[in-house]
Design a protein around this ligand. Sequence first.
Ligand SMILES: O=C(O)CCC(=O)C(=O)O
Length: 204
Amino acid sequence: MMLTDLFENDDMKLINLLPQEGAVHYYGKILDKATADAYFEKCRSELSWEHDRSFIYGKEIVTKRKIAWYADELVSYTYSGYTKMASAWPSFLQEIKQVVESHCGDVFNSCLCNFYHSGAEGMGWHSDAEKDLVENGVIAALSLGGERKFLFKHKGTGEKASLVLEHGSLLIMKGSTQANWLHSLPKTKKDVEPRVSLTFRQMR
Ligand SMILES: O=C(O)CCC(=O)C(=O)O
């Protein structure tokens, strides 16, 4: 993707990737490769990764994908019928949060991190509109590691949008996106590198 493809016109307004009822902006690579490589390695080795657990139709599902969750206060966060306790921010994650905040101009108080070991791991269709999150809040997703496809599907019309999340790139979802659109990170048979996503969130 060319840098100019991200902007609507010369006044550098970012393109909205959704045709209606939401706003998704892709900032492209906001970190240079060396910085992104170093942050990937720190995330992989220093975050408190554990398998994600959820209840679907009364059955407990344990994912191969791992998660870690950090927040300003040691609060709990409930989704898919499971409550997770937040850990305190490692300083390098706070540093990344500040870089993300300086790009998008929004402020975040928590971060849900995902680790995908290979293309056999992904995340199915869902939206992030849990009661613990600020309604119509902003979610900023920083991607590190293997490039992966990311999809959106409108809850009513089924319209789709997609993009590739590059190493060191930033994606912002805001406004009514979560109310009207599902998103997913599909599994792939391609030989992809491990990937970390840091999804900065606004909790109540
Ligand atoms: O890994 C990603 O980039 C997406 C993660 C995601 O959809 C989520 O945390 O809700």
